[in-house]
Design a binder for this molecule. Structure first.
Ligand SMILES: *Cc1c(COP(=O)(O)O)cnc(C)c1O
Length: 387
């Protein structure tokens, strides 16, 4: 019903695909072939599960937010604790999966793009662990704003290359990484950070992040003996959300809700267009260029969104809503006070919508919120916003 046609170059309805120069397409074809081969290889699966357990710290809990539930007086709220992963967010799941694939493909060198630095740090971490050369492309403007994350990556042994072209932002870093890949594909693997980009990346990233809902489904059945009424996740590029939704896609009674920042509402207000090598709902300016966005959560600040989310919106299987930066900030404080859990500002968007929805539902309903990351990284920013 909702599954994608992956035979057809990763199209999800009209979305996805691969709109890239021929030289790059050849590299992506090799990547697809290797991914399809390895994903069902029992040795590869075992290796992935081994590192998720021993290095990432999975499985992580599905915690009942008892105090928050009581305070709101509606649906029972459970938190899927991606914040407890090593490095503090879901991004490491994908970084481990892709680096294991890279090793099997014989790559010696990993490259990645990063905006705020979170994916760069996850990649640098995995590279340190697997003893791979690591090159991170980062816009010069972003590097100045995220000096501490640049230092983190360097500490982990990565080389961070400032990108001055264009606006010195994420998009320019992606372009540089793709250029590098085309020139060095024989020994280099491009580790992409979200469920976006040309095929096979959205399918591959979903595959590695699906561990989130694989676990949460088993956990909720154990705890409650039934499936949740709704699963809620913050949606930037869409990797934590698609991972949190994956094992519920064929359960039509489970509502799937992606939460976008009102300041970067790609799905809620965008139009279908091709950006960064794939088709998705995207925010365009008057010249038809991707529109700069300004969410308080750096990880949600992207004018496009994964192609599968674009399709799930169009097909009606998932619903996408927005909350404002202020609402996310309130949820950040609320969860900290009621549960002793400081959520990432990205995840706070999902919490904010869960707070609204819980009140409308009954005590028999269950909401799972994907807590994509912890908020330690955001404390200084919130301090400055609240003072
Ligand atoms: C990067 C990030 C996000 C957004 O990325 P997705 O690909 O949409 O998941 C959300 N939460 C946290 C904590 C992040 O670091």
């Amino acid at each position: 019903m909702t599954s994608a046609n992956t035979e057809n170059k990763g199209y999800f309805g009209q979305f996805g695909g691969s709109f890239v120069p021929e030289a790059l397409q050849e590299v992506l074809d090799i990547l697809e072939e290797n991914f399809l081969k390895e994903k069902d290889n029992s040795e590869f699966i075992e290796e992935f599960k081994y590192y998720l357990k021993e290095y990432v710290g999975r499985e992580n809990p599905l915690t009942l937010a008892k105090n928050l539930t009581k305070q709101l007086g509606g649906a029972k709220i459970y938190l899927k604790r991606e914040d407890l992963n090593h490095t503090g967010a879901h991004k490491i799941n994908n970084a481990i999966g892709q680096i294991l694939l890279a090793k099997r493909m014989g790559a010696k060198r990993i490259i990645a793009e990063t905006g705020a630095g979170q994916h760069g740090v996850a990649t640098a971490t995995a590279c340190a662990m697997f003893d791979m050369e690591c090159v991170i492309y980062m816009g010069k403007v972003d590097m100045e704003r995220q000096a501490l994350n640049v230092f983190r990556m360097e500490l982990l042994g990565a080389k961070v290359i400032p990108v001055e072209k264009g606006q010195g932002r994420l998009k320019d870093a992606v372009d540089e990484a793709l250029n590098d890949l085309v020139q060095n594909y024989k020994n280099t693997f491009y580790l992409l950070g979200s469920a976006v980009g040309p095929h096979p990346y959205p399918t591959m990233v979903k595959h590695f992040q699906s561990i989130i809902s694989e676990e949460s489904k088993t956990q909720i059945l154990e705890k409650e003996g039934k499936l949740p009424t709704a699963v809620i996740a913050a949606t930037g590029g869409g990797s934590n959300a698609i991972g949190a939704f994956a094992h519920y896609l064929e359960e039509p009674d489970v509502r799937l809700i992606g939460v976008e920042p009102a300041e970067a509402p790609s799905l809620s207000e965008g139009v279908p267009a091709v950006i960064h090598g794939f088709k998705c709902y995207t925010l365009l300016d008057d010249n038809g260029e991707p529109k700069p966005t300004y969410s308080i959560a750096a990880g949600l600040d992207y004018p496009g969104v994964g192609p599968e989310h674009s399709f799930l919106k169009e097909s009606g299987r998932a619903q996408y809503v927005t909350v404002t930066g202020q609402e996310a900030l309130d949820a950040f404080v609320l969860l900290s006070k009621t549960e002793g859990i400081i959520p990432a500002l990205e995840s706070s968007h999902a919490v904010a919508y869960a707070v609204k929805l819980a009140k409308e539902l009954s005590k028999n309903d269950i909401i799972i919120v994907n807590l994509s990351g912890r908020g330690d990284k955001d404390v200084e920013q919130v301090f400055n916003m609240l003072k």
